[in-house]
Design a protein around this ligand. Structure first.
Ligand code: MN
Length: 282
């Protein structure tokens, strides 16, 4: 049913654009309620379901959830094609159920998909692996479905800035790009070239191993106190990777998340105490 899928993705694009908290390429959350933050999912359906179950948005009207890096990983078809687009479609459905409280931020696998550039994971080039599975499922409509997927990913916000001075994004520009990073990208219309190396959306989603000096400089530039990111693999599901940085991962059995009260400010050490293993959620 290619048209049903394309319609779903188009509704997801409209929901990303119409999100009540969207300002430019940011989602800005007020000083009220809470936010559940997950790290990279990479096709891990069970952890996606646990995050949704924990968030229980139906019974918590002032709770938000931030998801990231849904695609590339998880189940494969019998020729090794990557089926993570199926989880992406479910994430879009979840966004449509709660359009102003589910926020899916852009990851580097998304920027790679948008710009059709190569991205490796466990020795496999993931765009080709997902493309081949899409070709098998959607046959002669697969190029249209792929285009709708790219457009959905492109419509995602780049980051979430909270009134309590917490910043949530997939990553941050690496040390050597901190001074030249174009923070204007958050306020202007996103261009496809922003997602290509060395565009700002590319740099934002690909940076790794930040020094404390870079984190301090970025906190100053972005006018925030604490970062919650994904992107860097975490054996234990999370780590505190700086005085002002927590990294989360949800793509394996030790995945973790954090729920943050938005009515007050937090340090990274305080957030660290609130990290919850997804395995404890049933
Ligand atoms: Mn990543």
């Amino acid at each position: 049913m290619p048209q049903t899928t394309i319609d779903l993705l188009n509704k997801g694009i409209a929901a990303n654009q119409a999100d009540r908290f969207r300002r430019g390429n940011l989602v800005r959350l007020p000083r009220e309620g809470s936010v559940v933050i997950g790290g990279d999912i990479h096709g891990h359906r069970r952890n996606f379901e646990r995050l949704i179950a924990y968030a229980d948005l139906a019974h918590h009207p002032d709770r938000h959830i931030v998801l990231q890096e849904i695609i590339h990983g998880g189940p494969e078809d019998d020729t090794g094609g990557c089926l993570s687009y199926q989880l992406l479609f479910d994430a879009v459905r979840f966004k449509l159920d709660w359009p102003d409280r589910v926020h899916i931020v852009m990851g580097n696998h998304d920027t790679a998909c948008i710009s059709s550039s190569e991205v490796m994971k466990n020795g496999k080039e993931m765009n080709r692996a997902m493309g081949s599975a899409l070709d098998r499922e959607f046959r002669n409509a697969s190029s249209e479905v792929k285009q709708a997927i790219r457009q959905f990913l492109f419509s995602q916000p780049l980051a979430v800035r909270c009134e309590n001075r917490m910043w949530i994004s997939h990553s941050l520009p690496a040390d050597r790009f901190v001074e030249t990073f174009d923070a204007g990208v958050f306020d202007r219309e996103l261009r496809p070239s922003d997602c290509e190396k060395p565009g700002p959306a590319y740099l934002l989603t690909w940076g790794r191993r930040h020094s404390q000096a870079a984190l301090d400089r970025l906190a100053q530039q972005l006018d925030v106190d604490v970062f919650v990111l994904g992107h860097q693999a975490q054996t234990h599901g999370w780590c505190q990777a700086g005085e002002n940085l927590i990294i989360l991962a949800c793509d394996h059995n030790h995945g973790c998340f954090v729920e943050v009260d938005l009515t007050r400010a937090w340090t990274a050490s305080e957030l660290a105490e609130r990290v919850v293993p997804l395995a404890s959620i049933h």
